[in-house]
Design a protein around this ligand. Structure first.
Ligand SMILES: C[S@@+](CC[C@H](N)C(=O)[O-])C[C@H]1O[C@@H](n2cnc3c(N)ncnc32)[C@H](O)[C@@H]1O
Length: 199
């Protein structure tokens, strides 16, 4: 996924609840937030959804330290672990729900497809992985259950993204006018061409 610190634009509690509800988080789950910032998703996952464990991965040392101090202050250190590392190197084998709000990069499907166990749910923001059919969605969140279900049918994929049938030009227009989703269109188009052979 795209590297760099990115802005500190964090999800609101209402959005956090929406994404955890969509992923059907329960006490049987182990939740990972890849790029956890202040750690609030892990806190809500544990305190409101009762997940047995949550792990927040944060590359930025200062943010990771702040998140760990916050968790400590709430007395949740036995159930929430904050790791200061790049999530691409993280061991995700015990994860049942993973959230990542970063834009997709080329390797993501192969990487997370082999890193995560069957039945795990991967949650993305704004778009599912290109060519992967989401198993549930409530904009801006998309859930893809493992193993990823890939399709080469661009119309099917677009209909799952926009919740209606649309052409590829209509998809680009929708994405262009989205005020929150500021994407790298060249990368996006390149991946689209690779994944959908009829483009
Ligand atoms: C926009 S914040 C989102 C925080 C939280 N997940 C939320 O949605 O409220 C994204 C965070 O991901 C971190 N990040 C970006 N790339 C990362 C990587 N490869 N490994 C770990 N953290 C990363 C950034 O430092 C930033 O704090």
């Amino acid at each position: 996924m795209m590297h760099g610190w990115g802005p500190e634009d964090y999800q609101s509690n209402r959005h956090i609840r929406k994404l955890l509800g969509l992923a059907r988080a329960t006490k049987r789950d182990v939740f990972y937030d890849l790029g956890c910032g202040r750690g609030q998703l892990c806190v809500v996952a544990v305190t409101e959804f009762g997940v047995k464990r949550a792990v927040g991965i944060e590359l930025h040392r200062g943010r990771a330290a702040k998140a760990a101090a916050y968790v400590e202050k709430l007395g949740l250190s036995d159930r929430i672990e904050i790791r200061n590392e790049d999530f691409i190197d993280s061991d995700l084998r015990d994860a049942t729900i993973v959230y990542c709000g970063q834009y997709e990069v080329e390797e993501d499907i192969a990487h997370f497809g082999s890193e995560l166990r069957a039945g795990a749910r991967f949650v993305t923001l704004f778009l599912p992985f290109i060519g992967v059919v989401p198993t549930a969605a409530d904009y801006p969140f998309y859930i893809m259950e493992l193993p990823f279900k890939e399709t080469r049918d661009v119309s099917l994929w677009i209909s799952k993204v926009l919740f209606r049938r649309a052409t590829i030009d209509e998809l680009y227009r929708e994405l262009d006018t989205d005020r929150e989703y500021r994407y790298d269109k060249r990368t996006f188009k390149r991946i689209m061409k690779e994944r959908f052979t009829d483009l």
